[in-house]
Design a protein around this ligand. Structure first.
Ligand SMILES: O=P(O)(O)OC[C@@H](O)[C@H]1O[C@@H](OP(=O)(O)O)[C@@H](O)[C@@H](O)[C@@H]1O
Ligand SMILES: [Mg+2]
Ligand SMILES: [Zn+2]
Length: 183
């Protein structure tokens, strides 16, 4: 049974890999932060369960397809497992902003999908790590502890938004993983 405070849910673009305002449209454009791959492995080896919750509206917009997205996620999984880590589930929203789906962050549908897939009774107190306000909002909507990283859109999020008092802020995923693994 996975305890809620042992689950770390990660946003993808801007947390695990470089983001782009032009979207990450191909395997070649998917460039991980090396320290993030190490951080995921570090968390897994410390007994944390790591899952990913990512908006991928580029699919609805026709910039890339789900097969391409799966290639990126296979690459991610291969890199993490080569470092002795594991990713328990990757939940993604392929919809556009005007499709009124239940899974596009800031709605918490992806996080609830992860909870269900992992058979957890609750994810209240789990960790939600993101670079955008919508990541933090999705987490808070279901009682997760929001964590902002300054990579990707993180600096802009920090500069543009008030009301982040309940949010932990770290320079990057590696810094957060270092802190968490010392708790
Ligand atoms: O950060 P996560 O959730 O892993 O993925 C974000 C991406 O799907 C894209 O999300 C888009 O937002 P819109 O979907 O167009 O609002 C833009 O922010 C892009 O720059 C970004 O690459
Ligand atoms: Mg992001
Ligand atoms: Zn969706």
């Amino acid at each position: 049974m996975i305890l809620a405070n042992q689950l770390v849910i990660l946003d993808r673009d801007g947390v695990i890999n470089h983001d782009s305002d032009a979207y990450i449209k191909s395997l070649e454009e998917w460039i991980p932060y090396p320290s993030a791959i190490d951080a995921i492995a570090q968390l897994a080896q410390a007994g944390y369960t790591v899952a990913i919750a990512t908006n991928q509206s580029g699919i609805a917009r026709g910039y890339y397809d789900e097969a391409t997205l799966h290639l990126m996620h296979e690459r991610l999984t291969t890199l993490v497992e080569a470092k002795g880590g594991h990713i328990a589930h990757i939940a993604y929203c392929p919809h556009g902003p005007d499709e009124q789906c239940a899974c596009r962050k800031p709605l918490p549908g992806l996080l609830l999908q992860i909870q269900q897939r992992l058979g957890m009774e609750s994810i209240i107190g789990s960790w939600m790590v993101g670079d955008s306000l919508r990541d933090l909002q999705a987490g808070e909507a279901v009682g997760c502890q929001p964590v902002l990283v300054r990579t990707g859109k993180g600096e802009k999020t920090l500069a543009n938004h008030k009301g982040l008092e309940n949010t932990l802020v770290y320079s990057d995923l590696a810094a957060f993983a270092d802190w968490l693994c010392k708790q």
